[in-house]
Design a protein around this ligand. Structure first.
Ligand code: FAD
Length: 454
């Protein structure tokens, strides 16, 4: 006899409130009976984690409690650990964080499985014991705190030169490199950084990082991490701090019966993201191995996770209305990476650098935050039709233009203030009123944009 308390409720259960699960939940909230389960009770914008690690952005901007987002009358949020899922009995067994002996069963009519991924040590020894993971905002804060304590000249090694490791290297170089003269090395087993990315971006990012004094070692496989050292296949390095950002594997949550897993523990799904063999269970985001046009799998990235979550929720609503579901298409819209407060990107084939790139990146985060705040129109960005694309494009254009204008105005005002100071000297008291009100206005505009935009 199960010791679990039974909580039978015919509804949609979403397991995991990351990019995929939360986007699905936002679309379903208020429309179906929804139960969202996550062990953390809050959502974190992991795409900003490197900025938090580098001390460039505050964590409070990037973490939102789930009960501020999911508010429907027939919705509930459960903060608990998913222990196992019985696909035949449509049952999710959870335990409240820190109380493993107390478990509950939550029953579903439809399941959206969105538990993300976990650290992949690629067979290297000592990773769990000696390397610092970079998988969450907590990890980002931990890295930030530790870097504040290490001595000048300390050697920090980041293992993994994918987007996560590279953006972290950029943020740490900006936040700590010069100030504390920390020496940063990025190592990867593959032949180049940002494997599979546009050649222009790879070259430009290398240039920026090397300009910041970051050492990049590619084609070097790490086989062991120890206390103060790293063993490579062809040598050994000393390192005061090792951060592991070398790829992920699908969440290893227990499924009964176990289903087919491919490509690093990811769950095999059909074109609608249904777990193979089950019409009522979907897997989305990092945990899912969704096939895409080129025969590969959808990338384990936020943009792909958000889109899958959105499409699956929309399909569910359609099928509940007796309509046919649409296959989940994934079209890469581009890549943007920030190197500290600088940025390199390629969106719809358009290469960008500098301010333009930064403002486009800010717009993506701004639009996502608006979705979290309940602005339904922000969801248009994840639709596939031309009208939604045109509307999103025009919003992006206004955002970027406003941002540009403010930046030009603030520079002009800076020049004006400096020249006034120089030429008027003590008589500046006369113009002081208008000058300080102008300054106040500029500051509030910039603050407003920053608050909403980042
Ligand atoms: C540090 C970092 C930086 C990144 N930067 C970028 C970037 O700049 N751009 C980009 O596109 N992608 C980036 N990624 C990748 C991107 O964040 C992931 O692809 C995306 O988060 C996947 O979304 P998901 O919903 O599948 O999983 P997640 O967002 O990881 O969400 C999974 C959720 O499930 C919960 N969960 C997991 N297991 C359990 C359990 N057993 N019980 C209960 N809850 C559980 C977790 O608490 C989490 O909320 C980054 C990833 C990391 C770790």
């Amino acid at each position: 006899m199960s010791m679990c308390e039974h909580m039978r409720d015919r509804r949609v259960v979403v397991a995991g409130a990351g990019y995929a699960g939360l986007t699905a939940s936002i679309l379903l909230d208020g429309r179906v009976g929804l139960t969202l389960i996550d062990r953390k009770g809050y959502h974190e914008m992991l795409t900003r984690a490197h900025l938090v690690a580098g001390g460039i952005e505050g964590v409070e901007e990037d973490v939102v409690p789930l009960n501020q987002i999911i508010k429907g009358r027939h919705s509930s949020v459960i903060t608990a650990n998913v222990k196992s899922i019985n696909l035949n009995e449509r049952r999710v067994s959870v335990s409240v964080a820190g109380r493993d002996d107390e478990c509950k069963d939550v029953y579903y009519d439809y399941l959206i499985l969105a538990l993300g991924s976990e650290v992949n040590d690629h067979g290297a020894r000592g990773v769990r014991e000696h390397a610092i993971p970079f998988r969450s905002m907590k990890d980002a804060l931990n890295i930030n705190q530790r870097l504040k304590r290490v001595g000048d000249g300390a050697r920090v090694t980041i293992v993994g030169a994918g987007a996560t490791g590279i953006s972290l290297a950029g943020a740490l170089a900006e936040g700590f490199g010069r100030r504390r003269r920390i020496r940063i090395t990025v190592i990867d087993a593959l032949d180049d950084i940002l494997h599979g990315w546009d050649g222009y971006m790879v070259g430009r990012v290398r240039e920026l990082l090397e300009g910041d004094g970051v050492e990049i070692l590619t084609g070097r496989k790490v086989v062991e991490v120890g206390d103060g050292y790293i063993v490579l296949e062809d040598g050994r390095l000393s390192s005061d701090m090792v951060i592991w950002a070398a790829g992920v594997r699908g969440s290893s949550v227990e499924l009964v019966p176990e289903v087919k897993r491919v490509n690093g523990g990811r769950i095999a799904v059909d074109a609608f993201a249904r777990v193979e063999g089950y019409d009522d269970a979907f897997a989305v985001g990092d945990i899912s191995a969704l096939r895409v046009g080129d025969g590969g799998y959808a990338p384990q990235l936020a943009q792909s996770a958000v889109r899958q979550g959105y499409m699956v929720a929309r399909n569910l609503l359609k099928s509940m209305d007796g309509m046919a579901m649409s296959p989940i298409a994934y079209r890469k819209q581009g890549e943007i990476i920030s190197i500290g407060s600088r940025c390199v990107g390629s969106v719809y084939g358009m290469r960008m650098d500098g301010e333009l790139c930064r403002y486009v990146e800010e717009f993506i985060a701004y639009n996502y935050r608006r979705m979290l705040q309940g602005d339904g129109s922000a969801l248009l960005a994840y639709e596939d039709d031309p009208v939604s694309a045109a509307l999103t494009f025009s919003r992006a254009l206004s955002y970027v233009s406003a941002r540009y204008m403010l930046s030009v105005l603030s520079r002009l005002y800076g020049l004006y203030a400096t020249s006034m100071e120089g030429s008027i000297g003590s008589s500046s008291k006369r113009g002081g009123g208008s000058s300080s009100s102008m300054c106040g206005f500029m500051h509030s505009c910039l603050e407003m944009i920053n608050r909403h935009g980042r």
